[in-house]
Write a protein that binds this ligand. Structure first.
Ligand code: MG
Length: 379
């Protein structure tokens, strides 16, 4: 039977690759609903090709343009937050792919969980901003969270068939981003343009900057904590610039399992959408004899303080991780607009974190409040 999927963020990097995966498994997967922003031509193309029943776009203006180009193709069109909710809760979707950057999708995703839909999670902010709340809902509803991130997919693959009690630690690999070898004193001059050159992965601008600051890795540490139920003390980050080993798990007997592969997001996407069933595809393969030498290093926390902030916020729990996420989102957005140089991202985030009065076991309202306060402080 074909599984219906809803995609929040169908025109982004992950969304497009999800659709590629759907198109090579037409007997297994079908698109029930998509939400996108304002890329009118691409949205129209996706509607014609994948025939979702429900589509959501940014606003009425985009909706009118899409409608005009659809020339009578039948589809239910919605906009804004209501649209995200319609897509996430589409009756014929069993799995919801969450691939919208930021905390925008939070409400819609929590609704989808309540309706017992599995969540294929690419958006880090769901677990970072609302990890406790989200995982409690997930447990109550008995749904699956399928990671769409190379690191967490790797860890899930390493843990397959293993007893959780035998895990000693999780080791997340990090490419180190474009500034890995840039001397600290030069970081003050780095602009958005330089930070947007990621060495191994092709991704959207927000996550590329998060890779440059290692905040992305920090978020992944928090995600790993919630997804796999492992203490922060037992989650380690190792710099591995070649991005061939996607992550590792060390067990109590000293054995270490790693998952390797060519850096291609379609592999973890396929693994998630097919719910961990392996199927052949035609994508690039890893040839170890043609692979550059694999190297590893400890992350430099003085140079990349954001990674430390994420560990600290994760351990503090409560609303602090949401504040970290919101402050980061706002700081990155301002950096991308050229308002300040790279080194100021961490400085701005730290100032907001220091001012926050943490609230433990927050509800969605308190998380949103903390989020909004953090953003306004940065603005
Ligand atoms: Mg990743």
């Amino acid at each position: 039977m074909k599984k219906g999927i809803a995609i929040l963020g169908s025109t982004g990097s992950i969304g497009k690759q999800c659709l590629e995966v759907v198109s090579i498994f037409p007997s297994r997967l079908r698109v029930a609903a998509i939400a996108a922003k304002d890329e009118v031509d691409l949205i129209v193309e996706q509607i014609k090709k994948f025939q979702p029943r429900i589509v959501s776009v940014l606003n009425d203006d985009v909706k009118a343009k899409v409608e005009a180009k659809l020339a009578g193709v039948k589809v239910e069109l919605y906009t804004g937050a209501e649209g995200l909710l319609k897509v996430a809760t589409a009756a014929d979707a069993k799995t919801v792919v969450v691939a919208i950057p930021g905390s925008l999708a939070l409400t819609a995703v929590l609704e989808a969980v309540k309706l017992k839909k599995d969540i294929a999670l690419a958006t880090k902010e769901v677990l970072v901003a609302a990890g406790e709340l989200f995982m409690n809902e997930v447990k109550a509803a008995g749904v699956k969270v399928l990671p769409i991130d190379s690191e967490h997919s790797a860890i899930a693959q390493c843990l397959r068939g293993e007893d959780k009690k035998t895990v000693k630690k999780l080791i997340l690999t990090a490419s180190g981003g474009p500034f890995l070898k840039t001397p600290v004193e030069k970081l003050t001059q780095m602009t958005a343009k330089e930070a947007l050159k990621h060495p191994t992965w092709k991704m959207g601008p927000k996550i590329t900057i998060d890779s440059a600051t290692l905040m992305n890795k920090g978020f992944e540490v928090i995600e790993a904590h919630f997804l796999f139920g492992i203490d922060y003390a037992n989650i380690e980050v190792v710099i591995h610039p070649e991005s061939i080993i996607h992550s590792l798990v060390e067990f109590i007997d000293g054995s270490v399992k790693a998952q390797l592969g060519a850096p291609d997001m379609r592999v973890p996407i396929q693994y998630a959408l097919l719910e961990e069933e392996r199927q052949a595809n035609h994508w690039g393969r890893l040839d170890l004899t043609k692979t550059p030498q694999l190297t590893f290093a400890k992350p430099d926390l003085t140079k990349f303080p954001c990674l430390q902030y994420a560990y600290d916020a994760g351990k503090a729990k409560g609303t602090l991780p949401a504040v970290l996420n919101a402050a980061n989102e706002e700081a990155v957005s301002q950096f991308l607009k050229g308002k300040f140089n790279y080194d100021q991202i961490a400085v701005k985030i730290k100032a907001v974190l220091d001012q926050h009065q943490n609230k433990l076991t927050p509800g969605l309202g308190e998380i949103m409040e903390a989020d909004e306060l953090a953003r306004s402080l940065l603005r």
